[in-house]
Design a protein around this ligand. Structure first.
Ligand code: XUL
Length: 527
């Protein structure tokens, strides 16, 4: 038996997936998720984030993520009936862009974590910024403009880093911190991403950032997969010294530190660099070749696929990220994902069954009625002042809203992934809401593509476990292809296939132009 553990610290929850790879026998041994709000209520988060009076400011406590990791390791060891002596490597995935600011005490504290004391109490005082801005934050428009101006404009920044400046990206967030709290910035010895911080806790020393998650910072040069001196200079003074090194996703960051081996009776497994949730999902959905795309329906809705050569989006919509397979990925991200679906479900007092029923009862195309689903500030397209715009849908019409939100989300996904220049014929659906086949039928019809459900909705945690396996084999001096890494884990089941319905495809071909026009006119009116 060779056991690999993948962890995913997402916006709302933590997931663990343990896999066994023994020759051709490959299986998922264990999967477990808990929500931060339920498991660690003392942090006072709602949906994993702290409330704020300004909807543009969205932070979460870095201590909660740290304690969440500890709590998940305890849960895994307690609940999984697994021979943990066979654990060979651990890797992880985390929500992207969120940053963790620590002072010079962090390095010695990481090294000296004592098994006899709770982890959180041993981290008291190491965070030089008490709360961490996360990907849902959109409060850095001024800093985005300053950084773009300093490097020669948005196109230039996209050429360097794969994306124009985005409010949630780490560089603009670091700049804002340096401007608003110069003393806190000066006291910061290291700026980690959520991913590299959690890897550091496991390894008991500062871990590197991988190029996949590094691409979400507006600081890394895609061409070299190293920090871009130009972008770093444009962001904040003395930043180079505060950034961990960038190292490929298969880097061994260390071995499981004594805190973990002694507290949980685990072997000194290899700790593989962590990455972002989307790069990990790329592996966990088996998108290791060009031509397929995945759509993840989670807190954020994302669409992504492999891109062998980086082609940044000319209109500034999407991102090119380095992929943990060593290649590149194109991606577009929407903020109004599952929380927007849940708002409609809750507002009209439904459960998911009633939500699906409402979808089934309403006419395809909603008789031309649409809504623009901007409950919260939106990333794609950029909407800073939120508000749902309804076209013909009555405020009391629950089923109309259900169809309205699902169609809006699917049309926005289709519209804003055109920049990738890929004819999408097959989609792998993942994330919590991918369990809902009625929603996936709308996806198939809007995209005119076949849609498959994967074996697990937890593709980020599975991707992390598969990356741990890949890195472990490389560290042993073996060569292993990515096709071989994902074999047996990610093949979608044939009986989950949904195919587009001709008549519906025609309806959406017309409606998407109407939707695009309504979106354009809302944007033109100022949002
Ligand atoms: C990616 C993004 C989100 C988060 C969610 O750019 O902002 O998908 O990674 O966890």
């Amino acid at each position: 038996m060779s056991i690999y553990l993948g962890l995913d610290s997402s916006t709302q929850s933590v997931t663990a997936t343990a896999i066994d790879v023994s020759g051709d026998r490959r299986s998922i041994l264990f999967e477990r998720t808990f929500r931060y709000d339920d498991e660690l209520p003392h942090y006072g988060t709602k949906y994993g984030v702290l409330s704020s009076s300004d909807p543009k400011v969205v932070h979460a406590p870095p201590m909660m993520w740290s304690e969440g990791l500890d709590r998940m390791m305890a849960t895994v060891v307690r609940e999984a009936q697994i021979d943990w002596s066979q654990l060979r490597a651990i890797s992880g995935s985390a929500q992207q862009h969120g940053s963790v600011y620590v002072n010079a005490d962090a390095a010695p504290r990481l090294q000296q974590l004592a098994p006899s004391k709770p982890l959180a109490s041993q981290l008291e005082g190491v965070f030089s910024r008490k709360t961490s801005p996360i990907w849902m934050d959109s409060s850095t428009t001024a800093q985005c403009a300053e950084i773009e101006a300093a490097v020669g404009g948005p196109r230039r920044l996209a050429e360097i880093s794969g994306s124009r400046a985005f409010e949630r990206f780490t560089g603009p967030q670091i700049r804002k911190f340096a401007q608003e709290d110069p003393a806190g910035y000066a006291a910061t010895d290291r700026v980690h991403l959520v991913s590299s911080w959690l890897a550091s806790l496991l390894a008991g020393k500062h871990a590197p950032i991988d190029p996949g998650d590094g691409s979400g910072m507006n600081l890394m040069a895609l061409s070299t997969r190293q920090w871009s001196a130009e972008a770093v200079r444009a962001t904040a003074s003395n930043l180079e010294a505060k950034l961990p090194p960038v190292a490929e996703a298969w880097t061994i960051a260390g071995t499981l530190a004594p805190y973990w081996t002694r507290t949980y009776n685990l072997p000194p497994a290899r700790i593989v660099a962590w990455s972002g949730d989307n790069p990990c999902s790329l592996v966990g959905t088996g998108l290791v070749r060009e031509g397929l795309v995945a759509i993840s329906l989670g807190t954020s809705d994302t669409i992504f696929g492999i891109m062998p050569t980086p082609r940044p989006s000319a209109d500034g919509t999407g991102h090119v990220f380095a992929s943990p397979t060593g290649s590149y990925m194109g991606m577009t991200v929407f903020k109004n994902g599952s929380l927007a679906r849940e708002r409609i479900r809750d507002e009209y007092r439904m459960d998911w069954t009633a939500f699906s029923k409402a979808l089934a009862q309403t006419a395809i195309g909603n008789d031309g009625k649409t809504l623009l689903p901007w409950f919260d500030p939106e990333i794609t397209p950029l909407v800073l002042n939120p508000g749902v715009r309804r076209h013909g849908i009555d405020a009391a019409d629950g089923p109309g809203h259900v169809r309205g939100i699902v169609e809006a989300q699917m049309m926005a996904l289709a519209l804003h992934s055109r920049w990738m220049g890929v004819r999408i014929g097959t989609i792998y659906a993942t994330g919590g809401a991918s369990a809902n086949r009625d929603m996936l039928q709308v996806m198939a019809d809007v995209f005119d593509a076949e849609v498959f459900q994967l074996q697990t909705g937890n593709s980020a945690a599975l991707g992390a476990a598969l990356r741990a396996f890949h890195a472990d084999r490389l560290a042993d001096g073996e060569t292993i292809s990515w096709d071989d890494v994902v074999k047996g884990f990610v093949a979608p089941k044939g009986d989950t296939r949904l195919t587009p319905n001709r008549a519906n495809v025609e309806t959406y071909r017309r409606l998407i132009d109407v939707y695009a026009e309504r979106e354009r006119s809302a944007l033109g009116a100022g949002v």
